[in-house]
Write a protein that binds this ligand. Structure first.
Ligand code: PNW
Length: 470
């Protein structure tokens, strides 16, 4: 890419975290157990039995962290609210939990950082899981009540509200693959969870809109650009269609078109519970949004395989760190590409982000007048700190630089992208990988909890401060 690249005036430069990954203070001020507390304590589920009890201790160190954001020229902070802090039993409001998010929000506003609130980033109260979790329709209603309670406490000071982060992960990693909490491996439960997550989104949208018509409301989805190994091969093209359906269209179509993708419904026909979708659900789910949050890390090249080869192909994909949570579309081979890989083993494919943003703009958000924000993008690498704890993380810096170039390309070609949130501000609890994988642009020493900005943070601060890449 040729530099400098200047971004549109007002482009929002931010960073993102999530409650369970950074807060710690897991048993303070009345917080209830969430499904990740339980999952992390289940032997064999999380790397070396790590959990979020302390994490980055952001719950106590939020003021220091917000000061750091200001120093790094960040214009916005995307954080999530822990439902288990606010409704420990899934029903009763815990004022002390809400108070924390008020303190955090006030600190952000005092330092000129726009608060960007996500209501659900995977930490369902265990009490609701015990009543059935997301496969149970009631959970959607509990979530909407929770959305209303959070708005009652923070609605006067926050403009940007996201209902769910990556419902695909909650539903398919959580209930089909079992690689995320609650660790269920039942494809039908996953389809139920996916629908009730969408319903919860729709009901929460309704609650929030009713309270304040001027909020900027939306959802964040994870996407992956999918390419057929051989575009001339009908089997490969069909594999790409199916995986694109599961990875990208599964939530987009109900949200923006009011209907599940017909081809995916067909693939899942033998599994789909016929009492799942109730009249009126899709109207709620497709209520107009203002913002679509785009999380992008990588893409995949796929090839069709015969159904009888499906299990072997899935095992190879799992061994290669690929995602295999493709209910109804298991007979696919992921074809590794000769490109650099991040510390997660994910292929570095920046151009996929340009293609994705343009496609979203053209097929979904543009016609609906919805603004795009990249709500997550970033990379884990094996950092090597010096004596001072400083990390010269050239690979991460380069990953962010090339992906920002891809965002810039998309904007030049007409995509309405209004901002970018780097994942993540801090090294944090990387779900099943525990503290083993580091995504932060700021290093966290987990013994002392000291924060030290890495080279990527210094570079990103310069970009955010000047609105351009030199
Ligand atoms: C996102 N995958 O999760 C989440 O929103 C973050 O909480 C997380 O830390 C970040 O990406 C990095 O992993 C994902 O397997 C988890 O494709 C897994 C996948 C994608 C996103």
């Amino acid at each position: 890419m040729t530099t400098p690249l200047t971004f549109p005036t007002g482009f929002l430069w931010g960073s993102a975290t999530a409650a369970y990954q950074v807060e710690g203070a897991a048993w303070e001020d009345g917080r209830g157990a969430c499904i990740w507390d339980t999952y992390a304590r289940t032997p064999g589920m999380v790397h070396e039995g790590h959990n979020g009890d302390v994490a980055c201790d952001h719950y106590h160190r939020y003021a220091e962290d917000v000061a750091l954001m200001e120093k790094l020229n960040l214009g916005a902070y995307r954080f999530s609210v822990s439902m288990a802090r606010v409704m420990p039993d899934g029903r009763t409001v815990n004022q002390a939990g809400l108070d924390f998010y008020r303190r955090l929000t006030d600190e952000l506003l005092a330092r000129g950082v726009v608060p960007w609130l996500t209501l659900y980033h995977w930490d369902l109260p265990q009490a609701l899981q015990d009543e059935g979790g997301w496969p149970s329709r009631d959970t959607a209603y509990r979530f909407a009540e929770y959305a209303g309670a959070v708005h009652d406490a923070l609605g006067d000071r926050i403009r940007f509200w996201t209902t769910l982060n990556e419902p695909w992960c909650s539903a398919f990693l959580g209930y089909a693959e079992g690689r995320h909490a609650p660790g269920v491996t039942d494809p039908v439960a996953a389809l139920r969870a996916a629908h009730h997550l969408l319903l919860g989104h729709g009901l929460a949208m309704h609650e929030l809109r009713a309270r304040d018509a001027d909020l900027s409301l939306g959802i964040t989805l994870n996407f992956a650009n999918i390419t057929p190994a051989d575009p001339e091969d009908a089997g490969d093209r069909d594999a790409a269609r199916r995986i694109d359906g599961m990875s990208n269209r599964y939530f987009l179509d109900p949200l923006f078109r009011g209907a599940y993708s017909p081809d995916i419904l067909e693939d899942q026909r033998s599994l789909w519970p016929d009492d799942l979708v109730v009249d009126g659900d899709l109207d709620l789910i497709s209520a107009p949004m203002d913002v679509l949050g785009v999380n992008y890390y990588s893409g995949s090249t796929v090839r069709g395989v015969l159904p009888e080869e499906a299990n072997a192909a899935a095992d190879r994909a799992r061994a290669a760190g690929q995602l295999t949570a493709n209910v109804g579309s298991e007979h696919v081979e992921y074809v590794p590409q000769d490109v650099p890989h991040t510390g997660m083993g994910w292929e570095v494919r920046p151009q996929g982000l340009t293609e994705l943003l343009l496609r979203l703009q053209q097929d979904y958000t543009g016609p609906a007048g919805v603004q795009l924000y990249v709500t997550e993008n970033g990379a884990a690498y094996d950092d090597v700190p010096d004596d001072q704890g400083f990390v010269q993380d050239d690979e991460r810096l380069d990953y962010v630089r090339t992906h920002l170039g891809a965002v810039h390309d998309a904007i030049e070609q007409g995509a309405q992208v209004q901002g970018y949130f780097l994942w993540s501000l801090l090294d944090n609890f990387e779900w099943a990988y525990g503290y083993d994988k580091r995504f932060g642009v700021v290093r966290v020493d987990y013994d002392t909890l000291t924060r030290v900005p890495k080279a990527s943070a210094r570079w990103y601060a310069a970009v955010a401060g000047s609105n351009r890449i030199d």
